[in-house]
Design a protein around this ligand. Structure first.
Ligand SMILES: NC(=O)c1ccc[n+]([C@@H]2O[C@H](COP(=O)([O-])OP(=O)(O)OC[C@H]3O[C@@H](n4cnc5c(N)ncnc54)[C@H](OP(=O)(O)O)[C@@H]3O)[C@@H](O)[C@H]2O)c1
Length: 302
């Protein structure tokens, strides 16, 4: 049985949905089985036939992390250490999710897994510490670094921008940060494929660190223009006149510094799975046109 930790978060919910669709037996826990409490984790696993662990729990408030470093460290580093210790004890593989924020953004071409990590903020720093702590506890891990995630069950940029465009004459969006928007469905599919591949023993994906996002690259500004185009077409954006204006990061200061370039090189995971990742525009279309798209989150009550 697969154990999804953080099953009610944005990614965790999507992973549960994907495993359910694929008839893969799973169980999930939320913060009531805290990753900060090793005994609680051990007690939960006791008597269950856990054969795989997927950790989607984390401290994800990037700006707040600057003033709550210890809280972020507990969830992003101590928690994964506890989970990895238990995974080792149970002799089961562990999939853990990390981030593009472990890099400093100084690259100018897609970043590979062995590029040196150099976080520039507290969130990235604690996620980097989590990777290190996990690797020290178990060898049987898959660390998947992802970026710019959006999904049906969480607050995210796509919902926020559609809501903003529906209610404002114009919006300003940063145009000097490059990355790749990623639908949680893409990442969940990769997670499920690693599990299936491993369970079938057909073609084991080697343990290690992998970069997993949708394909292509853009800026937050161009991402917003694409959201506008697709949401208008889908009829969920009604304010066609809203103007999307570019701005620079310096015009829109935030407590945490963001990497200016965080496009990840995904060739390693694509080769390991024999799987082509979709372009980000295609994945956005899948999201916007899905019956799971939550119109209440863009203030449309049906
Ligand atoms: N969102 C992004 O853009 C992005 C980008 C790159 C990487 N990532 C990584 O992707 C992963 C998933 O992110 P997400 O956006 O899906 O996160 P999320 O929606 O914020 O979900 C995180 C989950 O962690 C759970 N949690 C908090 N404290 C816990 C505890 N002590 N014990 C057990 N669970 C606890 C929360 O449960 P409760 O709701 O019960 O508190 C929540 O459901 C994270 O590792 C994140 O770092 C995210």
């Amino acid at each position: 049985m697969v154990w999804i930790i953080g099953c009610k978060g944005m990614l965790g919910s999507e992973v549960c949905r994907t495993l359910s669709e694929k008839n893969i037996d799973f169980t999930g826990t939320d913060s009531s089985v805290s990753i900060l409490d090793y005994s609680a984790l051990e007690n939960f696993a006791c008597g269950k036939d856990i054969s795989f662990i997927v950790n989607c729990a984390a401290y994800t408030a990037v700006d707040k992390a600057e003033s709550e470093v210890e809280k972020a460290r507990a969830l992003n580093a101590d928690g994964p250490k506890n989970i990895a210790r238990l995974a080792k004890k149970l002799a089961c593989p562990l999939i853990h999710i990390s981030t593009d924020y472990v890099f400093d953004g100084s690259a100018s071409s897609p970043i590979s897994e062995n590029s040196p990590i150099k976080p520039i903020g507290a969130y990235g720093l604690t996620k980097a510490e989590g990777e290190k702590a996990l690797v020290a506890e178990t060898d049987d891990f898959y660390i998947l670094r992802t970026a710019w995630l959006y999904g049906f069950d969480g607050k995210n940029f796509v919902y926020t921008m559609i809501r903003a465009m529906n209610s404002h004459e114009s919006v300003k969006v940063v145009s000097d940060q490059r990355g790749t928007p990623t639908n949680c469905q893409t990442l969940s599919l990769v997670i499920s494929k690693i599990i299936e591949d491993r369970m079938s023993k057909k073609h084991e994906v080697p343990n290690g660190i992998y970069h997993v996002t949708d394909e292509g690259e853009t800026t937050w500004f161009d991402f917003t223009r694409e959201i506008k185009k697709q949401a208008l077409k889908a009829g969920i954006l009604v304010n066609e006149g809203c103007v999307v204006n570019p701005c620079s990061t310096s015009e829109y200061p935030t407590p945490a510094k963001r990497p200016s370039y965080s496009v990840l090189d995904k060739s390693k995971i694509q080769k390991a799975l024999g799987f082509k990742l979709p372009e980000w525009q295609e994945s956005l279309g899948k999201f916007i046109n899905s019956p799971l798209f939550d119109k209440k989150r863009i203030d449309i009550v049906e």
